[in-house]
Design a protein around this ligand. Structure first.
Ligand SMILES: [Zn+2]
Length: 215
């Protein structure tokens, strides 16, 4: 069970996390979790390039270790990189020491202070540590591209119906999401571009102004 649009009350539980960017401009932030992998990530980069779109990739350290050249291509193409732990751990099911060690190992692999917890699941005690050391980036729209129980048309609807200025949208550059992503990503880019949106990457600089405000 998951929610396409993150409700306000959940956002308020973790006020130091980034859920959406504060802007009135027509800018959206596409994010891709779980890569990089050769079967999907280079294709995603091609799609983005068609619209000169920049995005943020929350990478699993173990994949980075195996596919370092893709990580480098992402950087060369102007995309941002974030950490998604080294082994895609679920914070709710992992003791703090193991979890935080895995987060740190992931940060080393990707050289980034941006962090997104796998499944969006962290305990308050883990959140406290994360806020001290990283910029935690959540989302306001979950595409559901990983969900075998929704159609690709529904997945596209999830995204285009809920997008607003400053939205942070989650996709996955994973094998599980591949089929849906191949349908949804080109159409999302085309639709939002037509609506006048730009696609930008989240950067540590663009997030640090928010950090000061909410710290
Ligand atoms: Zn993930």
């Amino acid at each position: 069970m998951y929610l396409v649009k993150t409700p306000n009350f959940i956002q308020k539980l973790f006020p130091n996390f980034i859920w959406k960017m504060p802007t009135e401009e027509k800018v959206v932030y596409l994010t891709f979790d779980d890569g990089p992998i050769p079967e999907v990530t280079p294709w995603v980069m091609e799609q983005l390039a068609t619209y000169d779109a920049k995005a943020t990739f929350f990478c699993v350290g173990d994949n980075v270790k195996k596919h370092g050249s893709i990580l480098q291509q992402l950087r060369e193409n102007g995309h941002s990189i974030g950490n998604h732990t080294f082994n895609h751990l679920n914070g709710w099911q992992t003791d703090n020491v193991t979890y935080l060690r895995n987060v740190r190992k992931g940060a080393h692999a990707v050289h980034s202070e941006l962090f997104r917890p796998p499944y969006g699941k962290v305990k308050p005690s883990q959140a406290k540590f994360l806020n001290r050391h990283y910029r935690v980036v959540m989302w306001d729209i979950l595409s559901g591209d990983f969900d075998p129980n929704i159609s690709r048309e529904q997945c596209l609807e999830n995204v285009i119906r809920n997008t607003q200025s400053g939205s942070i949208i989650v996709f996955h550059d994973s094998l599980k999401a591949k089929e849906k992503l191949e349908y949804v990503l080109p159409r999302t880019l085309a639709f939002l571009h037509q609506q006048g949106y730009r696609f930008e990457a989240l950067s540590e600089q663009s997030l640090s102004s928010k950090k000061k405000k909410s710290a």
